[in-house]
Design a protein around this ligand. Structure first.
Ligand SMILES: Nc1nc2c(c(=O)[nH]1)N[C@H]1C(S)=C(S)[C@@H](COP(=O)(O)O)O[C@H]1N2
Ligand SMILES: [Mo]
Length: 198
């Protein structure tokens, strides 16, 4: 009887699978509304809010150091995918070129099509976070956010905007799309921060 309660999950792969998650080897597409389709040459990431205004074009982004990283990703709809390999620009490398103004504490990611999601600066400026244009060595599909998306692997995947077009630095936390619709402000999968009362 006791054994039933103390049994570990079949295999949590050394703690890599957060509570309530199931592994998938597929790559599900999770988009509210239609996918956005546009060419890499049309990519622009605008820096707005509490920062020196500037834009990064596709050419600007490719001229920055390119990094390939392998991450586990976790969707709030209960799937996790291990060992996904992304190439792009580290957020830390981008932020070396961004002049923040005093008082910036949070950032809103904005996408082509209007999706938004918010992050504290401490969750945004992490060396494993990428502005990714390549998945598993191939240009990122439009369905998965190509030409350019964020990958913030330590939080649920809704915190990683596809079709990124703007980073707005803010003097306080403001909710993005899913955060206004009941999702948690931070979304740490290992703390199961799924909904705003978790
Ligand atoms: N622009 C945009 N970004 C988005 C979303 C979206 O609907 N629009 N969905 C989010 C959610 S809920 C998840 S789980 C991941 C899914 O990424 P995928 O479709 O590549 O699996 O993208 C996130 N980024
Ligand atoms: Mo999601």
């Amino acid at each position: 009887m006791l054994g039933k309660f103390f049994k570990k999950p079949a295999d949590d792969l050394g703690g890599r699978i957060p509570p309530g998650q199931t592994l998938t080897t597929r790559f599900p597409v999770l988009t509210y509304g239609p996918a956005q389709h546009y060419r890499p040459e049309e990519v622009v990431v605008r820096i707005t809010g509490l920062a020196e205004p500037q834009t990064f074009t596709w050419a600007d982004l490719l001229a920055l150091p390119q990094t390939t990283l392998t991450h586990d990703i976790h969707c709030v709809t209960h799937w996790s995918k291990l060992d996904t390999t992304w190439t792009g620009v580290r957020v830390t490398d981008l932020m070396e070129r961004v002049q923040l103004q005093p008082g910036a504490t949070h950032v809103m990611q904005r996408s082509v099509g209007g999706y938004t999601t918010n992050l504290a600066l401490a969750d945004f400026v992490r060396s494993e976070n990428l502005l990714a244009h390549t998945f598993a060595g191939e240009p990122l599909d439009a369905e998965h956010g190509g030409p350019l998306r964020l990958v913030v692997p330590h939080l649920y995947f809704w915190k990683s905007a596809k079709w990124l077009t703007e980073l707005e630095f803010m003097p306080e936390d403001r909710p993005g799309f899913w955060e206004r619709n009941g999702y948690h402000g931070r979304g740490d999968p290992f703390k199961e921060q799924r909904y705003d009362d978790d």
